[in-house]
Design a protein around this ligand. Sequence first.
Ligand SMILES: Nc1ncnc2c1ncn2[C@@H]1O[C@H](COP(=O)(O)OP(=O)(O)OP(=O)(O)O)[C@@H](O)[C@H]1O
Ligand SMILES: [Mg+2]
Length: 327
Amino acid sequence: MMAQPLYAIPGTVSAPPPQAERGDAPDTPAATVAEVLAQTRVEEVLDELDRDLVGLAPVKQRIRDMAALLVIDRLRAHHGLAAASPSLHMSFTGNPGTGKTTVAMRMAQILHRLGYVRKGHLVAVTRDDLVGQYIGHTAPKTREVLKKAMGGVLFIDEAYYLYRPENERDYGQEAIEILLQVMENQRDDLVVILAGYKERMDTFFRSNPGMSSRIAHHLEFPDYSLDELLRIGDQLLAQQHYRFGEGARAAFDAYLTRRLTQPHFANARSVRNALDRVRLRQASRLFGDRERRFTREQLSTIAPEDILASRVFQSVAPSSPAEEHPR
Ligand SMILES: Nc1ncnc2c1ncn2[C@@H]1O[C@H](COP(=O)(O)OP(=O)(O)OP(=O)(O)O)[C@@H](O)[C@H]1O
Ligand SMILES: [Mg+2]
């Protein structure tokens, strides 16, 4: 068993920083929900979340609920109704490409605007950023990461890799113990989000009750439906000033229908990757036409053939089934 030192993070204090440094908190305290919303501009972020992200209704609702808790917490504080600062550590579970990192960044903004963290940045890490290879390397590595994340959100992707029960002397345990201390003692200035696959996270929590008891909010990210994936595709194209030409959206629908059933399908990430390759094909199609003066329209239109040339449409199985990005 490791000793239980209180891990102080250099350059930080465990007491909350003065109110003036936090979010947009003004001098006169807000007295109504509307005033808190107006002063903190948190509703903007919530509305953006609704607008920019396709689907994810249960996730959006949970975030609204958490925002409500924090707004009421502020009103309570103005009435002197002291309570421990709410525990905001979270787990985000779901398959790859379901929006976990994207939502975590929005969450950091919300927490910042409501004054729960000083800076509102997101530091995303995996096991390798926290755990060293040799004895004595883990604690400094973990502390360095925590120092960077202080005042914001520490996002630990595939958090369950921190715990390797098959290896008795695994240094991951040391990182977990440091995290547990900081999650408890500095929770007014650091929010930890553990992300990964649902089943593995459940197993991890069962074996690490200390971690489980510090995570108050579990958000599940469902896989997107075909319709949602198509809408994500529309949005990604529009953001980059492209659009589907005649018949191209139907071709992309057919593409996704096939791609969905293949190995390594990663939801919105696969849509993004597929569209990157579609843009390449559109470019090489136009590239061949050396003398033509392209119109704005031609330069921004995706044709069905740009999609149908994908390997996903070949009837033979891909030569390498493990390949992550079938062309
Ligand atoms: N609901 C959505 N609406 C629009 N775009 C989305 C949505 N969800 C994800 N995306 C886009 O898909 C990509 C992958 O999302 P993100 O990185 O947040 O997923 P993730 O769950 O963190 O994936 P991974 O587990 O692979 O890290 C990003 O480019 C993001 O902008
Ligand atoms: Mg991610």
